[in-house]
Design a protein around this ligand. Sequence first.
Ligand code: GLU
Length: 281
Amino acid sequence: MTPPVFRFAPSPNGYLHLGHALSALLNADMARAVGGRMLLRIEDIDASRCRPEYETAIYEDLKWLGLEWEQPVRRQSEHFDVYRDALAKLEAMGLLYPSFESRSEIAALVAARGADWPRDPDGAPLYPGAAKALTTAERERIIAAGAPYALRLDVAAAVTKTGPLSWTENGAAQPADPSAWGDVVLARKDTPASYHLAVTLDDAAQGVTDVVRGQDLFHATSVHRVLQILLGLPAPRYHHHRLILDADGRKLSKSTRSTALCELRAEGASPASIRKTVGLD
Ligand code: GLU
């Protein structure tokens, strides 16, 4: 039997904090418990926010915690060709469309729709634009004029193709609800991918069998399941874990220095004390 494959997949856009420690340690613990493999993936598609010094800090912090992972480490920025290929497949299935609005145009459209305009599970308004209704000729004309565009999944058409979906959450079936996200962005204006597309393709490319990540990504799994079905990719098992919250009950953020692992280490914390702080052991 081939061993299960786990992965920790941080983005190098800030220093790792206690929430990342919980995630990384849980992955390693679960992998060890079943004789599985442990991978590290650097999710660095967002060139405007990712920095090499944060990537270096990720390696230092994880080594300090006592973690080990296989080499080579996969860096998403080196696999844009894989994401482009998948976009081409979805495009050929008629499931993508370009949208041209800027952030402020989208904000104005949402404001015009009123307070009842639906929001996605992360609290962001669903795409309010009309780009899906443009004709091919109109799209071609706007693109030829040099307008930047994102590529969105036509989620209504996608779910018509996939039918009802579910995923395995801690061994139990969990119904998926991709429509809750509206027409999600699969390729950003500046990058031939989005988080949803890259994470789904990479988990498949790396043969990941068990995705262990924070509860904040629970609902995102609905989008990942749609993409897996459309692109013929295997479905990993999912385990979304509790989040570490700050004193005000909010999810930790990379901009709060007080919970950064490098900061805690400088103040004399030990790997064992970090395990305790995040509620392991
Ligand atoms: N890169 C994502 C993050 O740092 C995690 C992605 C995942 O585990 O699916 O929040």
